[in-house]
Design a protein. Structure first.
Length: 309
């Protein structure tokens, strides 16, 4: 059923009856165990304090903003769209909830008018998560989504929905989004799994790979770029995200690229690929045969590298 045909119930829900979503793609895999863990993660990584300050200044959520919830037992609800807003409101009403994730003094004090305004939140109620997913995907996965997640969060979302038993074609139809985008995200998920599970990393490097604030896009861009196949004579990863076992020294090449595109964002690496700078003369264990140059401008990537073999 298309989302335009769905009937959505609208109601005001007491804040105390709204739970954060343990399946929220914003959350890292180690922060989905409880509301407390989810709230702590959002505070530390998703600028919930800044949002709380905006809400306190306005004395309410902006009037056009409704959260999306799904019902659970005992008249409780899970917020599936608007987790940051709910988290900010919870902190404003009960600053002690910040726990070890920050300092209560960072949370602005609110007056009774604001407290009353955010004690219940306007919500659109979906009868199930799949019903809500179509709207959420339009907001965050689709090319024209107004509040786009980063690539890591999109991958988590797609992987979690595919675990429900849908294939990509069925999921794309259900969500009303591009099949091409979902296949790409599924492939990126496989590549990321290979990177962190099959390659050997130091503890510090592992921390960088798992850091949600680290930009994955340039790593995927280089690992899947056609300059790899034109230079080495083999693709490193297939379009489906599978490693090419015929690629010579595949793990060594893959690890080198990950170090210079991903690890270098946090640790001191001699050469670093970035979105906005040209990086030249990449050191490598291979003998230089010829340089590979690629340039993609307009806010994506601009880089020139020498690959070696």
């Amino acid at each position: 059923m298309a989302f335009s045909e769905m009937q959505w119930e609208k109601k005001s829900i007491p804040l105390k009856d709204i739970m954060l979503d343990s399946e929220n793609p914003r959350l890292g895999p180690h922060n989905q165990s409880s509301d407390v863990a989810a709230l702590a993660y959002l505070v530390q990584h998703e600028n919930v304090i800044g949002l709380a300050r905006n809400i306190a200044a306005y004395k309410n959520l902006y009037p056009h903003e409704s959260i999306i919830c799904i019902p659970i037992e005992d008249e409780k609800y899970i917020v599936v769209e608007g987790n940051r807003r709910v988290a900010a409101c919870k902190l404003l009403c009960k600053p002690y909830l910040i726990g070890g994730a920050g300092n209560e003094s960072e949370i602005p004090k609110i007056d009774e008018q604001t407290r009353e305004s955010i004690s219940s939140l306007h919500a659109c109620i979906a009868d199930s998560r799949p019903t809500a997913d179509e709207i959420i995907a339009k907001l965050h996965i689709d090319e024209f989504g107004k509040l786009s997640w980063n690539t890591r969060k999109k991958i988590r979302y797609v992987e979690s929905r595919l675990r429900f038993g849908n294939d990509v074609e069925a999921l794309a139809e259900n969500l009303g989004v591009s099949t091409r985008n979902l296949y790409k995200l599924k492939a990126f998920g496989r590549i990321f799994t290979y990177v962190y599970s099959m390659l050997k990393w130091s503890p510090k490097e592992q921390d960088v790979i798992w850091d949600d604030a680290v930009d994955l896009d340039i790593m995927f861009y280089v690992l899947t770029n056609n300059v790899i196949s034109s230079h080495f004579g083999h693709v490193l990863f297939s379009d489906a995200g599978e490693i090419n076992h015929d690629f010579p020294d595949k793990d060594e090449v893959c690890k080198r690229i990950v170090q210079h595109t991903l690890i270098s964002q946090r640790l001191n690496i001699d050469y670093r690929y970035t979105r906005n700078t040209a990086v030249r003369d990449l050191n490598s264990p291979w003998n230089c045969r010829h340089p590979i140059t690629y340039k993609v401008r307009q806010g994506v990537y601009d880089a020139q590298e020498s690959f070696y073999r």
